[in-house]
Design a protein around this ligand. Structure first.
Ligand code: ATP
Ligand code: MG
Length: 258
């Protein structure tokens, strides 16, 4: 099963027409002694510009490691990653301007307000001096607009520790959007949210996708994944076992069984 990569034939005929936003070739992350293999054990996949792709797989399959490796947080042991045609190894700073990651759990600073958390999103784009001088009016305005877009204008001065899970997740989305990414990677963005909050978050992604953003999101809910995503990539034990449309997903519950 590990060596069987199924590419949906109908989709793959169309794909060469659109430029790849992300391509991974024989990607290996560093060897993990506890696992006796790397978390990513030869990943091959292509995500086209403007696609909405869901990354699926059981716990420990390597989904978070893959997303983290795409933004340079996990070293490449072997193989390659190209983002918009540039190698992640040789151009780490160039590609980091195009890609933003929404971490599993959101990663907000609980003591800061929603607005301050969103403003933190632009810190990487400012020099130390600019940061010491405080946020520019332009940045504050943009952060406020993003919070408005997320339906959180009323909560902008509330500490994020006082917000609900769904509200926190929307603050986290606003924070990554401060970076104006072309590609958004989201790791379990609706984990722990009720159906309404999950729908709000997924609808925001759908809207961003309609505006041209490439979206790659880890999901565990197959119904939601197939409703929103155009294509699925399924990982099992650090390898891609399926890449294709969501209708023809393999028997999900057999993944990981010997
Ligand atoms: N920093 C690390 N040190 C050691 N092992 C790690 C580290 N990060 C991940 N792993 C291991 O690599 C494998 C893949 O982990 P990863 O977090 O990518 O899985 P996942 O598919 O995101 O799982 P989940 O659905 O539970 O979030 C797991 O077996 C995990 O224990
Ligand atoms: Mg994970």
């Amino acid at each position: 099963m590990r060596d069987e990569i199924k590419i949906n034939p109908g989709i793959s005929k169309l794909q060469p027409l659109i430029a790849p936003a992300i391509s991974c070739s024989n990607l290996h992350s560093p060897f993990l002694p506890a696992l006796k293999r790397p978390a990513l054990d030869g990943v091959n996949c292509v995500i086209r510009s403007g696609e909405f792709v869901t990354l699926l797989g059981l716990n420990g399959a390597g989904k978070s490691t893959l997303l983290r490796s795409l933004v340079g947080l996990v070293p490449i042991q072997a193989g390659s990653i190209h983002i918009n045609g540039l190698s992640v190894r040789s151009q780490p700073l160039r590609h980091s301007q195009d890609v933003s990651i929404l971490f599993q759990g959101g990663g907000l600073v609980p003591q800061l307000t929603a607005l301050e958390n969103v403003l933190c999103g632009c810190l990487g784009q400012r020099s130390t001096w600019q940061t010491l001088l405080g946020f520019r009016r332009h940045d504050r305005l943009r952060a406020l607009q993003l919070l408005q877009k997320m339906g959180l204008e009323a909560q902008m001065n509330q500490r994020t520790s006082q917000l609900s899970g769904g509200q926190k997740q929307r603050v986290a989305i606003a924070r990554v959007l401060m970076q104006s990414p072309k590609i958004l990677l989201a790791d379990e963005p609706i984990a722990g949210l009720d159906v309404l909050a999950a729908k709000q978050v997924m609808d925001i992604f759908a809207q961003l996708h309609q505006q041209g953003m490439t979206i790659v999101t880890v999901l565990h809910d197959l119904t939601i994944a197939t409703h929103y995503a155009q294509r699925a990539i399924v990982l099992d034990s650090g390898r891609v076992i399926y890449e294709g449309d969501c209708e023809n997903l393999p028997d999900y519950f057999s993944i990981g069984n010997p």
